[in-house]
Design a protein around this ligand. Structure first.
Ligand SMILES: Nc1ncnc2c1ncn2[C@@H]1O[C@H](COP(=O)(O)OP(=O)(O)O)[C@@H](O)[C@H]1O
Ligand SMILES: [Mg+2]
Length: 247
């Protein structure tokens, strides 16, 4: 089964003669382990598309199915639960909580989902170690570099073992070398753990770390190509993770 499927997806902002069609009849299917890069010029509808896929925005037309479920049939509360358990989000501005350590930021989504404190801290520690942050567990965000903050955000997005990670311009506030390293870590981890990833970015170098590249222009999907992920991935040897048990 596909992790996420969108059919004839469309979104219009406003109405009448000021209406803007931001996403126009997009069809996509993404399976477990797929890593998709969405490219396209500024204003082409990338943020709107990824927000629709993350159930943060309601479509004007068409459908979003996540894990086989039609999201239009779910209540707001059910959608919040789906986002917490099945999706992981990453943003351009990192969005870490400034009063919490790196480890506590990563453990937070697990605690919100009812995982016990010890398991949550353990999972956070393993994730951060796999992202080469073993020496930053107890640091506050203000004492981390941009690249370190974004790696903490990667760990947080993966904490709940989401089936799908959604990242909108996650490298925009990083220099290009650091951005590439962080995205490579995200893609390798996701690939090994069989999670699907969707990244929106302007950076054409990211085509090397993803499996599929789609281009959107004026809200329409205009191209799909194969990325270079498989050539760069197999060198990664993570610490074995213990599955999270929920009560
Ligand atoms: N909240 C909004 N209200 C009205 N128009 C919007 C809104 N958000 C985006 N748009 C318009 O929709 C189009 C697509 O925007 P967006 O999805 O942000 O593109 P991208 O992320 O590719 O830059 C643009 O023309 C933008 O001006
Ligand atoms: Mg955008």
């Amino acid at each position: 089964m596909n992790v996420i499927e969108v059919k004839h997806l469309g979104r219009v902002y406003g109405s009448g003669h000021t209406a803007v069609t931001a996403v126009d009849d997009i069809n996509l299917a993404i399976a477990a382990g797929d890593i998709l890069l969405i490219m396209g010029p500024s204003g082409s509808g990338k943020t709107t598309l990824i927000s629709l896929m993350g159930t943060l925005l309601t479509p004007t037309t068409g459908r979003v199915r996540i894990d086989g479920e039609d999201t239009a049939a779910l209540s707001d509360k059910q959608l919040a639960g789906l986002r917490l358990r099945k999706l992981g989000f990453m943003f351009q501005s990192f969005n870490l909580l400034s009063s919490l350590t790196a480890q506590a930021n990563v453990a937070l989504p697990l605690l919100l989902d009812g995982v016990d404190r010890k398991t949550a801290r353990q999972r956070a520690r393993v994730l951060l170690a796999n992202l080469h942050l073993e020496n930053r567990m107890n640091s506050l965000p203000k004492n981390l570099s941009g690249g370190e903050k974004q790696r903490v955000a990667v760990a947080r997005a993966l904490a709940n073992e989401p089936m799908l990670v959604l990242a909108d311009e996650p490298t925009a506030n990083l220099d290009s070398k650091t951005g590439m390293e962080v995205m490579q870590l995200l893609c390798q981890t996701a690939c090994l753990e069989k999670r699907a990833v969707i990244i929106v970015s302007h950076d054409p170098r990211l085509t090397d770390v993803v499996k599929r590249v789609i281009t959107i222009e004026d809200g329409r999907l205009t191209r799909e190509e194969v990325g270079g992920h498989d050539a760069t991935c197999p060198h990664y040897h993570p610490i074995v993770n213990h599955a999270v048990k929920r009560t």
